[in-house]
Structures are given as structure tokens and as C-alpha cells.
Design a protein around this ligand. Structure first.
Ligand SMILES: CC(C)(COP(=O)(O)OP(=O)(O)OC[C@H]1O[C@@H](n2cnc3c(N)ncnc32)[C@H](O)[C@@H]1OP(=O)(O)O)[C@@H](O)C(=O)NCCC(=O)NCCS
Length: 163
């Protein structure tokens, strides 16, 4: 049994350690991290999953990004501890967080990831939405949280950092 909870300040370094374990070294060099620099994550949607003993088993974070005048959620990082992968926890984190997003006013979500995994959650390739290089455009995926939310949205994805 896993319980989802909003990530707190006390969880931060434990989640960082989980990400370090689950991703290849140098994850912070990825171009998606440049969109996160200096921007707070979306606190209400960034969740931790703990087992009955309180052990961290998975985590998901989101950041706000801009495409022209449009705001979107950037999903990720999401990771599940290797001992719990394949048990549905990744899906639990993704669906459990996204179901909170539309009521909070978010219309659209995007990510950079493997289409064969994310298409089961309704993510499709986003044509014309350009992540900072180097990013394989085939891995730029999106899902509308309200009807037609990606229609007419195109251009470069930029940081939501207030300059
Ligand atoms: C990707 C990840 C979050 C999925 O979490 P999970 O709890 O193992 O996933 P679920 O149990 O919800 O789903 C498991 C299914 O997804 C598939 N899957 C997992 N990662 C996949 C990938 N990268 N591409 C295609 N399918 C994938 C599994 O084969 C399994 O398929 P099945 O249902 O047909 O058996 C987890 O494997 C992980 O932390 N990986 C390392 C970090 C990472 O790559 N994060 C995502 C960055 S884009």
C-alpha cells in the first residue's frame, strides 16, 4: 500500500537522493533542467509516495513553463525506486497528481519522455512545441487537461522565471 502526499521541505533531499538513484549521472545537465533553474516547483502537484513504513518509494515534481502567452505544466522528474518499479506506482503518481491539476486551473501538461510509457496516460507527441536543444522532438509529449487545450499552442518552451 502506498500513500500519496504533497512533498514538503523536509522531503526535498530524500527525493533528490531517489532521483539520483533512478536517473543516470548528470541528470541536471538535461535541457529540461534549464527551464527549472530559479523557478519554484508547483508545490500542490509535487507528490511523494511512501509505503506503510513511511519509506519513500516514488516521487513526482512539476514546474510551470511558458509557450508564448500560454502556461503549461512541465511534468517531471518522476521516479520510482527500483525495488518497486512495475507495480503501477509510476501511474499512481502521474494520475494522482494530474487529477489535482485541472481543478487548480491548469489546462495543459507536457514532458520529455518515452512515448511508449506515457501514451498509456493520454500523452501524445506535441508538434511545433520546441524544447531547448538538445531535445529529440519525438520525446516532446503533451496531454490536454481541459478540452482542446493544446490547439494552436506552438513555439519555444521557455522558463516561467520572472526576469
Ligand atoms: C519510468 C518509471 C517512473 C515508471 O514507474 P513504474 O512504477 O515502474 O511504472 P508502472 O508500474 O506505472 O508501469 C510499468 C509499465 O511501464 C513500462 N515502462 C516503464 N518504463 C518504460 C519506458 N521508459 N518505456 C516504455 N515502457 C516503460 C514497464 O515495462 C511496464 O509495462 P507493463 O505494464 O506492460 O508491464 C520508473 O520505471 C522509473 O523511475 N524509471 C527511472 C527514472 C525514469 O526513467 N523516469 C522517467 C523519465 S522520462
Amino acid at each position: 500500500m502506498f500513500t500519496l502526499a504533497v512533498e514538503t521541505g523536509e522531503d526535498w533531499w530524500e527525493v533528490e537522493a531517489l532521483y539520483d538513484l533512478c536517473f543516470a549521472p548528470g541528470r541536471e545537465a538535461l535541457s529540461s533542467y534549464r527551464l527549472r533553474d530559479g523557478v519554484d516547483p508547483v508545490a500542490e502537484l509535487s507528490l511523494v509516495a511512501r509505503d506503510d513504513d513511511g519509506i519513500l518509494a516514488g516521487a513526482i515534481r512539476y514546474w510551470p513553463v511558458l509557450i508564448g502567452p500560454h502556461t503549461a505544466l512541465l511534468l517531471g522528474p518522476v521516479a520510482v525506486h527500483p525495488t518497486h518499479q512495475g507495480e503501477g506506482l509510476g501511474g499512481f503518481l502521474i494520475e494522482g497528481s494530474l487529477e489535482r491539476a485541472a481543478p487548480l486551473g491548469w489546462a495543459r501538461v507536457m514532458l520529455v519522455g518515452d512515448a511508449p510509457y506515457y501514451q498509456r496516460f493520454g500523452f501524445e507527441k506535441l508538434d511545433g512545441v520546441i524544447m531547448p536543444p538538445p531535445t529529440n522532438p519525438e520525446r516532446v509529449l503533451g496531454r490536454a487537461l481541459i478540452e482542446e487545450a493544446w490547439a494552436g499552442v506552438s513555439g519555444e518552451v521557455v522558463s516561467a522565471r520572472k526576469s
